[in-house]
Design a binder for this molecule. Structure first.
Ligand SMILES: [Zn+2]
Ligand SMILES: [Zn+2]
Length: 350
């Protein structure tokens, strides 16, 4: 017997509803004082701060302790998060520290941002079999296939080795929360290791949660100690355009090369568009084949695709014989919800 239904509200926020409760899944907007599931601490999944002030969500936010701690360091005020609720279970989803999917019995599984690829301290998650799967689809198009991680690691180490032999410093660039910690774990053996101050702060949170990361020096400390003058070095920095003033300064003054890490690097023009010297397809999300593998393992009767290429991925799944539907959520700042295929009150599916 299905006890929870999947519903969209007028802002296209997705929630699970029973007779008694409503649980919003990674909402940005909130209409009532309801239960809120926060899968992880990336800002596109965090409830807008305005609602945290407006509603009393004490004991109503379902998230891992790591997620609430990281969110609070980022200026959110999540108090008394709960890690379990009725028959709901938080399930590892391999995206970053503290990130979880939400499973309700064998009925509904919401993946949150998902990666099934083992990366440093992040393990391949178990995918449950459920009736309804709500799956992220950031890279839900067939062209997004990522190379094996071992190959990327080998190529990056060869590149750094070649640069070090010539005294050239290397800037490894990735999203400061999540990706940068994986980069620190994978390439932290190169010394001296300098990291951007925000990454230094996030690395320390990871260490507090028991993740072993190489020691590094924060960029501001490295500047004080004139460490940049002693080449070569490795700097881990947030992923931004190579045209950024500070990056340009590092290139001109020290001859540093820039190396970007992103799933979007599958696109041929990405390197050029970002004005970087090298890029590697490397993501904290599933690639297309991995999304298909998750779907296959989950063997759902109904699928909702959410984020990125949700329309394309749902189309592909329908072509394979699944019953899939895209959810077009309203982004923060957008006035009007994108039209969904139909008015999704999904009772009819159950
Ligand atoms: Zn994320
Ligand atoms: Zn996300």
């Amino acid at each position: 017997m299905i006890e929870y239904k999947v519903i969209l509200d007028k802002n296209n926020e997705i929630f699970l509803k029973s007779n008694k409760t409503k649980i919003y899944l990674d909402p940005i907007h909130l209409i009532d004082e309801d239960y809120v599931f926060i899968s992880h601490a990336h800002t596109d999944h965090l409830l807008n701060k305005k609602y945290l002030k407006k509603f009393n969500l004490k004991n109503k936010i379902i998230s891992s302790n790591a997620t609430s701690e990281i969110a609070n360091i980022r200026g959110y005020n999540i108090c008394n998060n709960i890690e379990s609720f009725e028959d709901f279970k938080l399930i590892d989803n391999g995206h970053m520290l503290g990130s979880k999917g939400l499973l309700f019995k064998k009925e509904v599984f919401y993946t949150g941002d998902l990666s099934t690829r083992k990366r440093a301290f992040l393990n391949k998650p178990e995918i449950p079999k459920v009736e309804t799967l709500i799956i992220e689809s950031t890279f839900g198009k067939p062209e997004y296939k990522f190379p094996p991680l071992d190959r990327v690691i080998y190529q990056v180490n060869s590149l750094i080795s070649e640069m070090y032999a010539r005294g050239i410093p290397v800037i490894l660039m990735g999203y400061s929360l999540g990706k940068a910690q994986v980069l620190t774990a994978l390439f932290g053996l190169w010394k001296p290791l300098i990291v951007h101050d925000s990454i230094y702060q996030f690395n320390n949170i990871y260490k507090n949660f028991g993740i072993v990361l190489e020691e590094s020096t924060s960029l501001s400390r490295a500047k004080e100690k004139n460490m940049l003058d002693k080449k070569p070095w490795v700097l881990i920095y947030p992923l931004i355009s190579g045209k950024n003033t500070f990056i340009n300064y590092l290139k001109e003054k020290f001859g540093a090369v820039t190396v970007g890490f992103s799933g979007w690097a599958v696109n041929k023009n990405y390197c050029h568009r970002m004005c970087l010297d090298y890029v590697f397809p490397f993501s904290d999300h599933c690639d297309f084949d991995e999304l298909l593998e998750v779907t296959k393992k989950s063997r759902p009767e109904k699928i909702f695709t959410i984020h990125g290429f949700q329309v394309e991925f749902a189309k592909y799944l329908n072509f394979l014989g699944y019953n899939a539907e895209p959810v077009n959520r309203l982004k923060w700042g957008e006035k009007k919800a994108l039209k969904t295929n139909k008015n999704i009150t999904l009772d009819s599916f159950f």
